[in-house]
Design a protein around this ligand. Structure first.
Ligand code: NAI
Length: 405
């Protein structure tokens, strides 16, 4: 990677430009603080969303896709999702066009941030959500459409499916989940655990009900770990020993694996997982899950540590290197232009991008500054209102971070 990479950015709609401005300034200041003149990012603005539509008549111009194809790494603020028939979410389009199969969401607590939990600091985990399959593949057919009728007919006549409760008024959707898609996602999660010296990986699925799709995700995940990652010990192995030998032998194998520093891999049903993250969040470090589960889980966890204003995200294809880093909230039209927006989600996404570039020193400087600012209750309106204190505006918050750098 060059010391002066060109990185396309999409400022985004609504609060996007406000939080982008702060992010760009803070990142540049952190890179200078860490490397003086040795490294520098050349930012390249590209358009998408409302601004793109106003200026070019299209929501996602070809030039934007070409720039991301050329430079491989991009960062984006929130985008207005066009409403109307036939529009796919721009975010989903970008993830699918670049086959960004891993949606990576680290969730941690920053002291000072208002949280609904008594001990929010116990929540510290990274979610790997599969990003290209599942019901998000967009294979859905409307009630009364010709396609739905044909698909229903096929299911009914060819596959003897008779379980559709109200066949006359049904819409149909299809949930594709593959071995290849599941294994590349689980691989990225376990490799993340290995490189960050973490010792717990949890596969979250709904395989008790959807045995072949969600159950497949779990089974293929375990199979990959068994075949390719001798540094893991799975609870499937534990149960196999339990069945073939006895409890004492299984416990001994588990203890031996822990003593050897192996990554202990478990699986949890998605609904149970949503309970567990509230009751015992400290049990989880790295989580790999399917697309829809991951969507719910990421937002629930974000709420536990202070809400979407502070939850970062990245969409990555670890095989091709393509990556788009993004704020996880929407365009917040209710507060756009008022200086109320919290830029931390985009900023922390930018720190993930810096880490991805290998510029960890700059990333750490930003994280340290955010930690200090939040601990000192120098916060934007979202947190200030909950804490009943005075708020900094979005740009004042950015300037405060820069003063700390
Ligand atoms: P939203 O996330 O924009 O807003 C929900 C609530 O959270 C609002 O009260 C808002 O003021 C607040 N909020 C969000 N981000 C904040 C921040 N950084 N600082 C302080 N408060 C913040 O979700 P909503 O209202 O459902 O969607 C608005 C638009 O955003 C829609 O067009 C939607 O399609 C789009 N959207 C885009 C996303 C993306 O580009 N990744 C993700 C989610 C929604």
């Amino acid at each position: 990677m060059s010391n002066t990479p060109t990185i396309p950015y999409i400022a985004g709609d609504g609060i996007g430009p406000e939080i982008w401005q702060v992010t760009e300034k803070v990142v540049d200041a952190a890179v200078t603080a860490a490397y003086q003149d040795e490294k520098k990012i050349n930012w390249l603005e590209v358009l998408a969303g409302g601004k793109a539509f106003e200026e070019t008549g299209t929501w996602l111009p070809e030039e934007t896709l070409a720039a991301i194809s050329e430079y491989k790494i991009a960062i984006k603020g929130p985008l207005t999702t066009p409403i109307g028939e036939g529009f796919r979410s721009l975010n989903v389009t970008l993830r699918q066009d670049f086959d960004l199969y891993a949606c990576v969401r680290p969730v941690r607590y920053f002291p000072g941030v208002p949280s609904p939990l008594k001990e929010p600091e116990k929540t510290n985990m990274t979610i790997f959500r599969e990003n290209t399959e599942d019901v998000y593949a967009g294979i859905e057919f409307e009630k009364d459409s010709k396609e739905e009728a044909e698909l229903f007919n096929f299911l009914n006549k060819q596959l003897n499916v008779s379980k559709v409760r109200f066949p006359e008024t049904t819409a149909l959707g299809i949930k594709p989940i593959s071995k290849e898609g599941s294994q590349r996602l689980v691989r990225s999660a376990v490799e993340y655990a290995i490189s960050n010296k973490l010792t717990r990986l949890t596969l979250v699925h709904k395989g008790n009900i959807m045995k072949f799709t969600e159950g497949g995700f779990k089974n293929w995940g375990y199979e990959l770990l068994k075949n390719d990652f001798p540094q893991t010990f799975t609870m499937k192995e534990y149960h196999d020993i339990l069945t073939q030998e006895n409890q004492a032998a299984a416990d001994a194998a588990l203890e031996e694996a822990k003593a050897a520093g192996k990554i202990i891999v478990d699986d949890v049903i998605a609904d149970n997982f949503l309970q567990q993250i509230l009751l015992y969040p400290e049990k989880f470090q790295v989580v790999a899950t399917t697309n829809l589960n991951g969507d719910y889980i990421s937002d629930a966890l974000a709420a536990q540590v202070g809400g979407i204003g502070i939850a970062p995200g990245a969409n990555i294809n670890y095989q091709t290197g393509f990556a788009i880093f993004e704020s996880t909230h929407g365009t917040a039209p209710d507060i756009a232009g008022k200086g109320y927006a919290n830029p931390c989600s985009l900023l922390l996404s930018a720190t993930m991008m810096l880490d991805y570039l290998g510029w960890n020193e700059a990333s750490q400087k930003i994280i340290n500054a955010i930690e200090v600012a939040l601990k000192d209750y120098k916060v934007t309106k979202d947190f200030a209102s909950a804490l009943k204190i005075e708020a900094l505006s979005t740009s004042e918050f950015g300037d405060y971070l820069i003063s700390l750098l």
